[in-house]
Design a protein around this ligand. Sequence first.
Ligand code: GDP
Ligand code: MG
Length: 193
Amino acid sequence: RCRASWSSEDSDGDSEGSGAECVHRVVLLGDHGVGKSSMAKIFAGIQETHDHTEDTYEKTMTVDGEETTLIVMDTWENEKQEDETWVQDYCMQVGNAYVIVYSITDRGSFESASELRIQLRRIRQAENIPIILVGNKSDLVRSREVAVEEGRACAVVFDCKFIETSASLHHNVHELFEGVVRQIRLRRDSKET
Ligand code: GDP
Ligand code: MG
């Protein structure tokens, strides 16, 4: 039932199958310091204190009784690459879904999130890709610079889903990735009928 989703161009790749083919790449976008790596590690079940060299995490999740494998890519700001522009272009091309993260304590990161949404729309124009806007660090109540309503309103304008999370408290992070899976399925199911 799952489509092979290795190429965004591969719309005629009607490969039937299960398991390995039910794989969807989820790219994390957003400014430095907003919490992308923290979220990716929570997704993968890795302790924050562990040393790690990976920036791509794969996990099979059961959501609503059905298994789906997500590959979460935390490659947006990869210091190991000299040519960051190339990496960012690549990220914009390869995602089957996008999580655009800002910090509720950093208005600049909220503005960057809008720019990223616009960039994505330009690059992936014809495609209806799932995008989730995420306001992270919801635990830092006293340093909040972006109201929940602003995040929600922005998501309406940009036609995407919205959730506030706290990677520190592990609040809503698993819900976020379940939401990604549901958004991917909604589009798959509407294509099949
Ligand atoms: P990245 O640059 O987007 O990958 O952000 P990181 O995951 O490296 O996080 C940057 C800093 O913010 C780290 O010190 C994290 O511990 C901290 N951080 C991440 N998420 C949260 C959160 O939800 N709440 C708080 N209070 N701090 C967070
Ligand atoms: Mg990081």
